[in-house]
Write a protein of this length. Structure first.
Length: 128
């Protein structure tokens, strides 16, 4: 996945239009279209604005391994059933994903099981 692929995915996931994003971020109307066509690349300023706008790290947008939060590099290696598996096809976790993981770890087993059941139901709905 490339930086523009990630940007387009975030726009789609958040049910936004390219026009809405460029307007909200005070970017040229044609910016995303030009990035998509390969005529231009997002500037450093645009990457920073997009990261803040979508609540992700600039590293995530730039397809860099690991996520930095509070100057700590978070990365994971598959080490067993309870670990987070990261392989060559995975991307760094977004801020929202890290926040979910942080909250999940604070919960007791009963609450974690409830969340897992809801997540599995949502996954099944998506796969149908």
């Amino acid at each position: 996945m490339t930086t523009i692929d990630i940007i387009l995915q975030l726009i789609k996931e958040n049910e936004l239009s390219n026009t809405k994003v460029t307007s909200d971020l005070n970017l040229p109307n044609s910016a995303i279209s030009e990035w998509k066509k390969g005529k231009a690349k997002p500037s450093t300023d645009a990457i920073k604005k997009l990261a803040d706008y979508f609540g992700v790290s600039t590293d995530y947008l730039l397809c860099r391994p690991g996520v930095y939060a509070n100057n700590v590099l978070y990365s994971a290696v598959a080490q067993g059933e309870n670990s987070l598996a990261v392989n060559e096809y995975d991307h760094a976790a977004t801020y929202k994903e890290m926040e979910l993981l942080r909250i999940f770890r604070l919960l007791g087993v009963k609450e974690q099981n409830k969340i897992m059941n809801v997540a599995l139901e949502l996954e099944n709905d998506i796969m149908e």
